[in-house]
Design a protein around this ligand. Structure first.
Ligand SMILES: *Cc1c(COP(=O)(O)O)cnc(C)c1O
Length: 481
């Protein structure tokens, strides 16, 4: 496809103005030294511009067009009704400074979502302020730090994080001033209990663990972890990015989890990707409530209001009250499932288990003996003898109309392919994907060069990833005719 600069023809315009009835001003004279002659803007007709952008949009890969099994990301279909409601002008036209008395409807949305998340997560209180999972982590860790400091335990500065964790976990802990201590995973893909117990010293502020973890495996000893941590006055942070495997079935708060972030854009009805906006609501147990950010939306029996009277609060995480459109979508999503919301978790797990079963034997499955939850991780190490790597399989899938699974994560599995089918895919799609993946693996054994040459059908073929990182070409230098 041509770039819009390449369509440019001198003098072509996409607008028509009436003839001038005032004296003409030269832009160059008017702007003086700010006038940049070297800027070579494309000159195109309106139709050229419309076609250009429409064609560009068709190059987009999306959940609306194809299957997107990108592990850890929950790229599921989100019902249109949530999008529709989030665009109602009664909400979108509300000024953020509107007095509380005139904003009762919007405040009620925030309040009701908060109450539902408390119920689903088993928490005492929820803050809806954070803009994404990673910001939820930051808030959760700030709460943890403030909790210990408030009790005169500044020396609690270490955070235990399993080696299977998502990269944002250690990053958030470091940003928050904690020292990260890595805990090993055992042969079942769960937290290694011995390593955990050995490292759980008095200076540990808490454990940050994902459940189900990034291998798609349920951490069965989560309650024991909570107990062991609480005995040392340390806290349990659960990364709730995988909550779509649990929603409506288990409440982490009841396991003894002290802090958990929800990824509203993974579990509750906001499409994930495209740069946001997202939502990283944080639920907490009773002892952390005083530290939550301001303001909290409260209800006094008659009126919804913003409560700023929180002397121990960590302050603000985001302007105003968080991403309101994401809250609307989450509320619409949860209410549209009603008391059948556990179907989300049941189908997320069923789909993953079925797909894993279909793929049995074609790649290595390092945790074959352990049932998976909503996702699973395979390894392409059995294809190394044909000089084929996980990345080659991923690229070949693109040619067959599928998005690739997450590759090379989690770090503890070599040549990892992390597959999350999500709850919204049909059995036909799962079978078609499994068939394509198995065909690619057969081809890799027969004709590895063919697989290594893929993708052939995508608008951009393989990029040189290292060079693209080290020497990015960020400026387009084309001279129009
Ligand atoms: C997506 C994800 C995060 C980070 O969430 P963002 O909303 O992308 O910031 C953290 N942990 C896990 C396990 C995730 O999958």
């Amino acid at each position: 496809m041509k770039l819009i600069f390449e369509l440019s023809k001198r003098g072509r315009k996409s607008f028509a103005l009436p003839s001038l009835d005032v004296p003409e001003v030269s832009l160059e004279e008017y702007l003086g030294e700010h006038f940049r002659k070297e800027l070579d803007f494309p000159e195109v007709s309106e139709l050229d511009a419309v076609r250009h952008y429409t064609n560009l949009s068709k190059l987009n890969y999306s959940v609306d067009t194809n299957f997107y099994p990108l592990g850890s990301c929950s790229m599921k279909y989100n019902p249109r009704i949530a999008e529709e409601i989030s665009r109602w002008e009664e909400f979108t036209d509300m000024h953020p400074m509107t007095p509380e008395d005139y904003a009762q409807g919007s405040l009620e949305v925030i309040y009701r979502l908060k109450e539902l998340l408390k119920e689903l997560g088993g928490f005492s209180e929820v803050s809806l302020e954070p803009a994404a999972g990673a910001q939820g982590e930051l808030l959760g860790l700030l709460l943890m730090r403030t909790y210990h400091t408030d009790r005169g335990k500044e020396y609690k500065r270490k955070i235990l994080i399993p080696d299977s964790a998502h990269g944002t976990n250690p990053a958030s802990a470091a940003v928050c001033g904690f020292e990260v201590i890595t805990v090993k995973s055992d042969t079942n893909g769960e937290l290694d209990w011995r390593d955990f117990s050995d490292k759980l010293k008095d200076d540990v502020a808490g454990l940050m663990i994902t459940n189900p973890n990034t291998l798609g495996i349920f951490e069965r000893r989560i309650k024991d972890m909570a107990q062991a941590l609480h005995e040392k006055d340390a806290l349990l942070y659960m990364d709730g990015a995988n909550f779509n495997a649990l929603v409506g079935i288990a409440k982490p708060g009841l396991w003894g989890v002290d802090i958990m972030h929800f990824n509203l854009h993974k579990t509750f009805g906001t499409p994930h990707g495209g740069g946001g906006p997202g939502g990283g609501a944080v639920g907490v147990s009773e002892k952390l409530v005083p530290y939550l950010p301001v303001p909290q939306v409260e209800f006094d029996g008659e009126k919804y209001f913003l409560s700023w009277d929180r002397p121990k609060s960590v302050g603000k995480m985001l302007s105003f009250y968080g991403h309101f459109s994401v809250m609307l979508k989450a509320l619409a999503y949860i209410l549209s499932y009603g008391n059948e919301i556990s179907r989300v978790a049941k189908y997320a797990v069923l789909n993953a288990r079925y797909l894993r079963h279909l793929l049995k034997g074609c790649l290595l499955d390092p945790y074959e003996h352990v049932p998976c939850m909503h996702e699973f991780v395979l390894s392409a190490l059995n294809l190394v003898q044909y000089d084929i790597k996980a990345i080659d399989i991923a690229k070949a899938l693109l040619d067959r109309g599928f998005y690739a699974p997450t590759v090379y994560f989690p770090l503890i599995v070599k040549e990892a392919l992390m597959i999350e089918p999500t709850e919204t895919e049909s059995v036909d799609t799962l079978r078609a994907f499994a068939k394509s993946l198995m065909e690619i693996i057969e081809e890799a054994k027969r004709d590895p060069q063919k697989v290594k040459a893929s993708p052939e059908k995508t608008p951009v073929r393989r990029i040189k990833e290292v060079e693209a990182n080290r020497k990015p070409v960020l400026r387009y230098a084309f001279k129009s005719s």
